[in-house]
Design a protein around this ligand. Structure first.
Ligand code: RIB
Length: 302
């Protein structure tokens, strides 16, 4: 189950990312389905997971299209609300010719998802294997989801993106796996995360604040994992990226899938397979449009 965000991605492809105050020509524009929460949910369903979403969209064309997108991907939308009080979240995105991106989110309706909306979904949380959260809804709503999951002994996977330097400590304490990328780790720990060693130091800082375990994704360097008993790095495959938007979400969605459906795998193996799914996603344009389906992947991943 994912408790999180839905955004309509407004993606401009440009030769390079603009500097402050600069106007540049783009060469292509697309509208797609995004939002870290929904991306992770859809990434997991593409691999064969049965998944439910707790989210809020606006009563507008973006919101209604989003509900159809969930239906098309087989996501349970019993707990996706429609509000008249805010517009569906949007994310203007620029992607340069090397696949690098810049994203602005205007969260809109996502911020109307309340703790009581999550409480109404307690039965679904209780019946889930994993609850996944991110940082694009209010911290209070996220914390409610994590606490309900803990109450029912359901594993929690918290992707603290985008990073909030004032993240409530309880969010870390209620996270069985706390997952961030290098730049998010920098914001949360107020230290540079440029090398593998920096990443281990950041992870140990986050562990000391109460996380069950910490996973830091390092882009083309793969990802590191730190828990009470383990500490390792999983390398990523070398690929030529077309569009890195949503690659982290492909990784988190895949990890949620493996935690739920292949709990007997080691964390190292789950991360290795999740890195592979993310590397597939960066080789195609768009966010959810780049997520692979199970039938396009080697059977050895399942
Ligand atoms: O992680 C990528 C996502 O971040 C995009 O889909 C955008 O909507 C923002 O939420």
């Amino acid at each position: 189950m994912v408790v999180g965000s839905c955004m309509t991605d407004l993606i401009s492809y440009t030769p390079r990312l603009p500097s402050p105050g600069e106007t540049i020509h783009g060469h292509r524009f697309t509208v797609g389905f995004g939002g870290k929460g929904a991306n992770q949910c859809v990434a997991a369903t593409r691999l064969g997971a049965t998944a439910a979403m707790v989210a809020m969209v606006g009563d507008d064309s973006f919101g209604h299209n989003y509900l159809q997108n969930f239906r098309d991907n087989g996501v349970d939308i019993t707990h996706v609300g429609v509000t008249k009080d805010a517009a569906t979240g949007v994310a203007p995105i620029a992607v340069d010719d090397s696949g690098e991106n810049c994203i602005i989110i205007v969260a809109g309706a996502n911020l109307k998802l309340s703790a009581s909306d999550v409480e109404r979904a307690e039965g679904v949380i209780k019946g889930s294997s994993v609850v996944v959260c991110q940082g694009e809804i209010t911290p209070e709503t996220t914390l409610t989801a994590l606490k309900l999951a803990r109450k029912h002994n359901v594993k929690t996977l918290m992707n603290a993106a985008p990073a909030d330097a004032n993240i409530p400590t309880d969010i870390l304490k209620y996270s069985d796996i706390f997952c961030v990328n290098e730049s998010e780790a920098e914001v949360l720990t107020e230290r540079k995360v440029k090398t593998e060693e920096d990443a281990y130091e950041a992870a140990s800082n986050l562990m000391s604040r109460g996380c069950g375990s910490v996973l830091i994704t390092l882009g083309e360097e793969g990802a590191i994992y730190v828990s009470k008993d383990q500490c390792f790095r999983v390398p990523a495959e070398a690929v030529t990226p077309v569009d890195t938007t949503g690659a982290g979400d492909a990784f988190v969605g895949a990890l949620a899938y493996y935690l739920a459906y292949h709990p007997g795998l080691s964390m190292e193996e789950m991360m290795r397979r999740s890195c592979h799914i993310a590397s597939v996603s960066v080789q195609a344009p768009g966010t959810q449009s780049s997520y692979p389906t199970r039938d396009s992947l080697p059977e050895t991943l399942f």
